[in-house]
Design a binder for this molecule. Sequence first.
Ligand code: UDP
Length: 196
Amino acid sequence: MNKVNILNIPITNTTKAQFSKKMMILLEKQKRPIQIVTANPEIIMLAKENPTYEGYLRASDHVVADGIGVVMGAKMLGTPLQERIAGYELLLEFLSLADVEKHRFYFYGGKPGVAQKAAEEAKKRFPNAKIVGVSDGYGGDGDGVQVAEKIAKLKPTHIFVALGAPKQEEWIAEHAQRFQHAIMMGVGGSFDVLSG
Ligand code: UDP
């Protein structure tokens, strides 16, 4: 998958369907965490103001264009992207590709009760998606380190982190090394949407 540079951030030029399938194949083969950022214009601007955050984005495996602003920016620069890939839609795509024997999902973030409700909704819509645990994003399961320790014990293959930017990308960058066989993705307000 080729990448398009927008304000020093390499954006993966792909489609939602192609990207999610490729990530699932990579997950089979690879023994290291796969870090994905779904970047809207706010995330890209945040990276301009905060070099540490920019470093997290540049060090992640893939940054995809979540937001029409990013897609339009790429077009204006003469390097058009194939399509917008919204975090929420990518989350649904991964759930739809779930194999109950192989995949284990973890939902981290949102107000107390929201991840749980989102997990129940996901289970209804995608019966093959095994959700092995949830944590809220406000300290119900302790601080970020304690949550990471809890999650690591459950050995998930997909960790969706809904703490908003920049917290979710910071948490992923800080704890990725604990997860040698997982897709880790910041999903912003997706649990709020999924839980209705
Ligand atoms: N959130 C959280 N812990 C925090 C701050 C935010 O769990 O300390 C959650 C919040 O409840 C919401 C999500 O993070 O579900 C961020 O949503 P927002 O719509 O701001 O995300 P965006 O996609 O705009 O980054």
